[in-house]
Design a protein around this ligand. Sequence first.
Ligand code: AMP
Length: 215
Amino acid sequence: MRKYVIMGVQGSGKGTQSELMRRDLDLTHIGVGDILRWHVQQHTKIGALVRRTMAAGELVGDDLVESIVRERLQQHDWNYGFLIDGFPRNVRQAEFFLESYDIDGVIHLDLPDEDVQKRVLSRRLCASCGMDYNLISDRPEVDGNCDVCGGDLVPRDDDTPEALAARLRDYYEKTEPVLELFRRKECVLTVDARPEPGAVQDAIRSGLDLPPYRR
Ligand code: AMP
């Protein structure tokens, strides 16, 4: 069983790379931001608690996020392993995580700031099924509509220049120290996130000694 954490600044391609790994490696992808967005869309109690914080690009409280991760991992639908994305985001979350789970590797997608803004502001999400698009690199076949379900493509609430600035600040202040902690304890593989997705996936697989990515 393999257990990985995938980290990187907003727009570095964590969701895309997780999907390419999940497909043939039988890994369960656990996207903490996706779970929180689901709660917001479904108007659950948790959704009401986190909606404003998320739209402002700020981090949701540790207790809540930790309980979501604990419950998600207790579902045990990850017999062949998991790939967790969006967690841990600060040192407290990392310590909580390492108390309960040993991990095989941390994938760190490295993207310079000048590319972050360009990528994030062109990101779109299907309002119905949650599929990700990018108006520069991954356009839908029909402008404004999802290729899978035809739903409307909308920007994420937190993909505004203001929220992006808040998220980048948090990333450098709170998430970078997590990488330092992991570097001391675990294997951290840093990969250049600028090339096209397949090339990034090739670099991840060769760095982690995984079977090659088949296009
Ligand atoms: P993401 O999809 O990973 O960019 O996450 C979207 C938003 O969800 C973040 O800007 C935070 O508001 C919230 N979030 C996701 N993961 C965490 C976490 N580990 N800790 C706190 N807030 C989180």
